[in-house]
Write a protein that binds this ligand. Structure first.
Ligand code: DAH
Length: 335
């Protein structure tokens, strides 16, 4: 290695070793690699050296250049490592939150139902999902072989045990447990039926209200249903009750809510009726009160039972019940 080059190498590496920050490093880079830098000067000088020495010197300049480049990169890395280690950290800053989920729309709906009925004194209860034929049917005025049972498309475990097809099976259980009215029950539970299409799944949820006291009338039932629909669906919705038949209520009704799209004038959604069907209700049949051990001459009651998925779908315009249970994050994120 010729002398001049050796000198530059020695000086350059020594200077690099002492560098402490990015600014000094940049000055170093300009000094050696800049347009008028030391390496460039060596290349220019090359022209004035005898021809036969040029290739050797050229090679040596190149080696020095590579050597400087490697050392420069190492130094740069060293400085950046040091600066990230000494970065100031404020431990009081809120941390970056991991993605957090939320309650399932069904749980949100159930919580909302509870919050609407609780102020009226209704107590949320649970009764068995694997139920006896007695509480699911017989106690509800549907003796064995009664044709009305057909509507419930029931899963039988054996002759006497069923997967409860509705929350009404909790009515007589609750009466027997409480014994003395007033009784205000809100039974929310999974129910099971042999059914499957865009608006039915084999496992679904119902919420059942039962109110028993002296002097309970249809007006109380209507007021309660109206209170619920206004709270759940909004101020501008109307309800109506329409005669129907259930074995366990007399009289029985179907409850409708005014169509939100046409406000009752008639449209495609409500099939030009102006009303959408919510579910069943009625005044508790004396035979049911009797089965529950309640003095049916002194006390009266009303009951209603609606589908949780159904009201969720009506409120949010979900058009296929199966979406609720597919656990697709894109669907769930919307709630
Ligand atoms: N249990 C009925 C069903 O699943 C709904 C029902 C109708 C519940 C009338 C009631 C009622 O409490 O009074 O279709």
């Amino acid at each position: 290695m010729y002398r001049e080059l050796e000198k530059i190498k020695e000086e350059g590496l020594k200077a690099l070793l002492e560098i402490k920050d990015e600014k000094e490093l940049e000055n170093w880079r300009v000094k050696y690699f800049g347009k008028k830098g030391e390496l460039q000067k060596l290349i220019i000088n090359l022209k004035s050296t005898p021809k036969n020495e040029r290739p050797k010197k050229g090679r040596e300049i190149n080696q020095l250049k590579n050597n400087f480049l490697d050392n420069f990169k190492n130094k740069k890395q060293e400085i950046s490592n040091k600066s990230s280690q000494t970065k100031w950290v404020d431990p009081t800053l809120p941390s970056i939150l991991p993605p957090i989920g939320h309650l399932h729309p069904m749980t949100l709906t159930i919580n909302e139902i509870i919050s609407i009925f609780e102020p009226l004194g209704y107590q949320r209860v649970s009764h068995p999902e694997i139920e006896t034929d007695y509480f699911a049917f017989e106690a509800l005025n549907m003796p064995k072989d009664h044709p009305a049972r057909d509507e419930w498309e029931t899963f039988f475990v054996n002759d006497n045990i069923v997967l409860t097809p509705h929350t009404s099976s909790g009515q007589v259980r609750e009466m027997r447990k409480r014994k003395i009215p007033p009784i205000r029950m809100l039974n929310i539970s999974r129910c099971y039926r042999r059914q499957q299409d865009v608006s039915h799944t084999p496992v679904f949820h119902q919420f059942e209200g039962l109110f028993i006291d002296e002097d309970v009338s249809i007006a109380d039932l209507k007021g309660t249903l109206e209170y619920f629909t206004i709270r759940f669906f909004g101020e501008d919705r109307k309800t109506r009750i329409r005669p129907y038949h259930f074995q366990f209520t007399e009289p029985s009704f179907e409850v409708d809510i005014s169509c939100e799209v046409c406000s009752g004038r008639g449209c495609k959604l409500c099939k030009n009726i102006g009303w959408l069907e919510l579910g069943g209700a009625g005044m508790v049949h004396p035979n049911v009160l009797k089965a529950g051990g309640i003095n049916y001459l002194k006390y009266k009651g009303f009951a209603f039972g609606w589908g949780v998925e159904r009201i969720l779908m009506m409120k949010t315009k979900i058009n296929d019940i199966r979406l609720i249970y597919q656990n697709d994050i894109r669907f769930l994120e919307q709630f």
